[in-house]
Design a protein around this ligand. Structure first.
Ligand code: 9WN
Length: 420
């Protein structure tokens, strides 16, 4: 079974490879996505190290002058996706892109490639990628944490990579949708609309894109005025982890000034996460910075503290308890949203389904804590899901049914790098 799935995963990556960059799946997502490419690089690294580096290098071809690495790189226009480049209206001179970012997993991936590839070429790759990664992290700390709270905000639900998470609902309800005009979605013609965000979500997504476009995607204006600006435990923990990995690379390269800057960000975030701690729920949650509202939902990102290197028992013990409560309730960990919450929906995208890449991140954190049992539960559940329902985009935590797009690149990649 395993060898057959290994071959299938390799074929999927090769078929979704459009020449140096990989699309998430055919039809539904025909462009290069930011965090998808980072995970895909880990998959490629299991059988073609050069191709792994190339995936990251092409992602950084889309980097803006201010350091931002966009969430989509539109190398060629494809009418099967909406919203395409003309809706974003960005003015990046190099390649058309979207106007905001996505979870910064790339530095963590680059560190792993660097450790695996001990060749002189590997050292050259990291030397050229290091300043680009540092500039991106600096952009995140400057513009998505403008007041220096030590937590990272998103300006659009898409920036979290967890688009229709129930935790964004309240904050997004303040976004004025009266001026968005007519539009036609393409996603619901590729997959069952029941498994996708609703129309009201898309209305809000497009209103925020309009705000960005109207303000030329200026990150300073975004930080001051964007109608949606919510601190996300997902991006905060992922960036904290990525800062630590970038620090390890800075030290290996003798980049002392960069190392000091990174240490400053790490110390700030280690303190700042207290702002995302919901004492009553005993969990890390979202914080709506625009409207000053602490969320009450437990999502899969609530389990990323160990991955971020957080070790305080006051945080880690309740995290384990929530894990066990949820694990007892579902057949497959980790649902993207708490099954005990009234807004949980087992098949609707980020409102309940299991995502292999998130399982991989959570399990990495538990494994590093020495918590092998929980890490293994996540891994064996992921294996069972892929064996049952193939390389789907995401899975129902109760039935194990696959959902969304199929022959999905990042599901294949995490199979190769971790699950198999
Ligand atoms: C918008 C590509 C991307 C992932 C995101 C996932 C989904 C896009 C969409 O697909 O988002 O970015 O159109 O639904 O939510 O995490 O990177 O796989």
């Amino acid at each position: 079974m395993s060898a057959q799935l290994d071959n299938q995963a390799i074929s999927i990556l090769k078929e979704n490879d459009l020449g140096g960059y990989t699309i998430p799946t055919k039809g539904l997502y025909p462009y290069q996505w930011n965090w998808d490419s980072a995970f895909v690089a880990l998959g490629f690294a299991t059988f073609n190290m050069n191709r792994a580096w190339e995936e990251i290098e092409l992602l950084f071809e889309g980097q803006w002058d201010d350091g931002m690495v966009p969430h989509i790189i539109f190398r060629k226009d494809d009418p099967s996706y909406f919203p395409g480049p003309s809706v974003w209206g960005t003015t990046n001179p190099k390649i058309p892109t979207s106007g905001h970012s996505q979870p910064p997993v790339a530095a963590t991936v680059v560190r792993r490639l660097f450790e695996q590839d001990t060749s002189a070429a590997g050292k050259e790759k990291i030397k050229s990628l290091f300043p680009k990664l540092l500039a991106w992290h600096r952009w995140y700390h400057t513009y998505r944490d403008p007041e220096g709270h030590g937590v990272i905000a998103i300006m659009h639900p898409w920036e979290s990579g967890r688009d229709n998470l129930p935790d964004w609902d309240n904050a997004a309800s303040h976004v004025d949708i009266s001026d968005i005009g007519e539009y036609t979605r393409k996603d619901t013609s590729h997959v069952n609309p029941e498994m996708r965000p609703k129309k009201i979500d898309y209305d809000r997504y497009l209103a925020i894109v309009k705000f960005g476009r109207d303000n030329n995607w200026d990150p300073k204006i975004v930080a001051e005025q964007c109608p949606f600006f919510v601190a996300d435990p997902g991006n905060t923990f992922i960036l904290l982890r990525a800062d630590r990995d970038l620090l390890a690379m800075a030290e290996a390269l003798g980049e002392t000034e960069a190392a000091e800057e990174l240490k400053g960000w790490i110390a700030l975030t280690e303190k700042g996460i207290a702002k995302l701690w919901n004492e009553e729920k005993q969990a890390f949650v979202t914080y709506d910075l625009r409207n000053d509202v602490l969320g009450d939902g437990i999502s899969s990102a609530s389990f990323l503290a160990p991955y971020a290197g957080i070790r305080e028992e006051k945080y880690i013990n309740p995290t384990r308890e929530h894990f066990d409560r949820i694990a007892a309730k579902v057949n497959y960990t980790m649902p993207s949203y708490d099954p005990d919450h009234p807004l949980f929906e087992s098949m609707r995208y980020w409102r309940g389904p299991v995502w292999g890449i998130i399982n991989y991140l959570i399990a990495t954190g538990f494994a590093e804590l020495g918590d092998t049992a929980r890490a293994e539960r996540l891994r064996t559940d992921t294996v069972a899901l892929i064996e049952k329902s193939d390389f789907a985009e995401y899975f129902d935590p109760i039935t194990g049914e696959g959902a969304g797009g199929n022959s999905f690149s990042w599901t294949s990649a995490i199979w190769l790098t971790w699950a198999t």
